[in-house]
Design a protein around this ligand. Structure first.
Ligand code: UTP
Length: 298
């Protein structure tokens, strides 16, 4: 019987330099896709997978994240007095026991950010969600839910595995794949940001993980890797062969909201799905692109 996944770590201490100046005063993770912050989608995804405790590894200038998950006292009181609808705030308040905020004092890398949560994780397996990777599954079957379902079958460590064009692999952690069985691919090796032309496959790690707590011991003594940062990928690679390690192919859409193009794509895709916005956005896009057929295509 595999221990259940009850805790999720959200590393949100990065500087978000690709979104400057927007991220000068607003954490990247609170940038909205339509009207919900990226981080809210990730928390919803974890909750849907049965995860109870959300652990946020924040840093200086990220205090707005803590406020975001608190009660919005003035706003809620005023809106209630005015008889206004408060449903937009549903799911945005986390009870004290369900939210933990920690600080990574220096941006030493994703691996170091995860290690900052070691005392809260203890000896339990846990999930990691990178909120700037927006993973959109069918309602009730998000990326982390699919990973937890796979974990219940095979246990051990799992990473989400995503196929991308080969030439983009130098920007990501890449899987050296073994045998594939349905959505599961055996992971034989992992390499962070391989040099162009050297990636073992075009299967990358798009920021969803289920890991055994042993990874914390490896991170404790880990040297800096690619980009001079303490890399989670290197710590995971050290566990391969000692514990089961699988990639899970996600059934859904992924938007890399850490990049400007991916962020704009996510906003457009979601707006086109929303009943209150769809017609307006479709008409605008049609006009903007100078094509008539889009308006009648759907
Ligand atoms: P990124 O590589 O996207 O870095 O981090 P970043 O700082 O957020 O953004 P850019 O590249 O400067 O625009 C991937 C994830 O790891 C977290 C980030 O917050 C993001 O969720 N991270 C990264 C940390 O928490 N700490 C770090 O030291 C580095």
């Amino acid at each position: 019987m595999n221990k259940p996944i009850r805790k999720a770590v959200f590393p949100v201490a990065g500087l978000g330099t690709r979104f400057l100046p927007a991220t000068k005063a607003v954490p990247k993770e609170l940038l909205p896709v339509v009207d919900r912050p990226l981080l809210q989608y990730a928390v919803d995804e974890a909750r849907e997978a049965g995860i109870e405790q959300m652990i946020f590894v924040t840093g200086r200038g990220k205090g707005a994240i803590e406020d975001y998950f608190d009660m919005a006292f003035e706003c809620e009181t005023l809106q209630r007095e005015r008889g206004k609808d408060l449903s937009a705030l549903e799911g945005t308040r986390l009870a004290p026991g369900n939210a933990v905020f920690l600080r990574q004092q220096e941006s030493l890398g994703l691996g170091h950010a995860i290690w900052c949560a070691r005392d809260i994780i203890g000896d339990e397996p846990f999930a990691i969600l990178l909120p700037d990777e927006f993973m959109k599954g069918a309602p009730g079957n998000g990326c982390m839910k699919q990973m937890v379902d796979a974990y219940e079958k095979v246990g051990g460590n799992l990473v989400c595995a995503l196929e991308i064009p080969m030439e983009q692999t130098p920007s990501y952690g890449v899987i050296d794949p073994g045998a594939r069985d349905g959505v599961l691919t055996e992971v034989k090796g992992l390499v962070e940001k391989p040099a162009a032309g050297t990636a073992p496959s075009n299967l990358i790690l798009p920021g969803r993980y289920i890991l055994q707590p042993d990874v914390m011991k490896i991170l404790e003594t880990q040297e800096k890797g690619a980009g001079g940062e303490i890399q989670l990928t290197d710590a995971m690679a050290a566990m391969i062969g000692k514990q089961p390690f699988h990639g899970v192919t996600f059934d859904g859409r992924r938007f890399d909201c850490g990049s400007k193009a991916g962020y704009v794509e996510a906003n457009l895709a979601l707006a086109l799905e929303r009943e209150d916005l769809r017609d307006h956005i479709r008409a605008f896009a049609t006009q903007e692109l100078g094509i008539d057929s889009v308006a009648t295509a759907a």
